[in-house]
Design a protein around this ligand. Structure first.
Ligand SMILES: [Mn+2]
Length: 319
């Protein structure tokens, strides 16, 4: 894979729809690095970059539309367990001569011609960091911030079970190279709009807990987004509130999908799942055609709201 990366000339880099900090951070960090090597680089994500990540250098170069997929000799897919996670363009991207799959999800399907799948990596940004070391590319302040964002957000600010020694080692190095932890944290956690706090109020009001107290469910409707003047891409990390309840093993956020939208073809709801470690939510998500990690996973569904909730609460009785 490394020798192919060195030889690639026109590279498309893509990450998953509804991007998180790792999807954006990995995309930008590797993109800046490959540009530095003199390659023609295009950064691609089908969904808008959430506002809280727009401070990262190079995010303005992320495009949501590609006119001609034939111009690329290589596609690098980041933080995606499956190629379809990049969205509608998966079928076009699949035709690019060489596909490189860089990811840390245990449910990764192993797609692509070359792959670097490290399931023990705290974030895809950690794997990108390793690749930059192998390629001996200098890490600029912009790259350092992007990698730091990936590690910070995928570890839940160094709280989740994937918070490894490497997470701290890499973060320390990124800080020594110029990433500013306070500035980054303030952008990601301290720049919410009033509307998003009002939205939080509405979502918290929707909470339901299963009879045995092991499953908590938050619901987010399009009406709530409308009423608060917020945007779906601004909704980050809400599911964790449902996980903070004592004795809850699995927390779920059911999010209504827009009726039309490039990101959401035919999908009625997106479901985010988080586990305390005693239930493998990656398996639950796979059963619904999604994927993820044992403690953090998600899926999209065409089930209606009541049927979906019924199935989830029925499942809760087995936990
Ligand atoms: Mn990730």
């Amino acid at each position: 894979m490394i020798s192919h990366l060195k030889n690639a000339e026109t590279v498309l880099l893509a990450s998953h729809i509804h991007p998180d900090g790792d999807a954006i951070g990995s995309l930008v960090a590797l993109g800046l690095a490959l540009s530095h090597m003199g390659k023609k680089v295009t950064l691609f994500n089908e969904c808008p970059v959430p506002k809280v990540y727009r401070f990262i250098e190079g995010v303005d170069n992320i495009t949501m539309e590609i006119d001609d997929f034939h111009t690329f000799d290589t596609a690098i897919i980041l933080d995606c367990a499956d190629l379809v996670r990049i969205g509608d363009s998966a079928k076009d991207v699949a035709k690019i001569p060489v596909l490189i799959n860089i990811d840390h999800h245990a449910t990764n399907t192993g797609f692509g011609n070359f792959k670097k799948i490290e399931t023990t990596a705290c974030a895809t940004a950690e794997i990108v960091y390793d690749i930059l070391k192998i390629l001996d590319i200098p890490i600029s302040v912009g790259i350092a911030e992007a990698i730091y964002v990936g590690v910070l957000t995928d570890t839940g600010s160094f709280r989740f079970s994937n918070t490894t020694k490497e997470a701290f080692d890499i973060s320390k190095e990124m800080v020594s190279l110029g990433a500013n932890p306070y500035k980054i944290a303030d952008h990601i956690y301290g720049t919410y709009s009033l509307g998003s706090i009002k939205l939080l109020h509405k979502i918290l009001g929707s909470i339901e807990v299963s009879k045995n107290g092991k499953l908590s469910v938050l619901s987010l409707t399009l009406d709530m987004i409308d009423e608060t003047g917020t945007h779906p891409e601004d909704i980050i990390g809400l599911v964790h509130y449902a996980k903070h309840i004592k004795d809850v093993k699995v927390a779920a956020l059911i999010q209504e999908a827009p009726a039309t939208g490039k990101c959401d073809n035919g999908t009625l709801f997106h479901v985010s799942l988080r586990s305390d470690g005693s239930v493998d939510v990656g398996v639950i998500a796979s059963n619904y055609g999604g994927g993820g990690h044992p403690n953090s996973a998600g899926f999209s569904t065409k089930l209606n709201y009541l049927d979906l909730k019924k199935q989830m609460f029925k499942y809760a009785e087995t936990m």
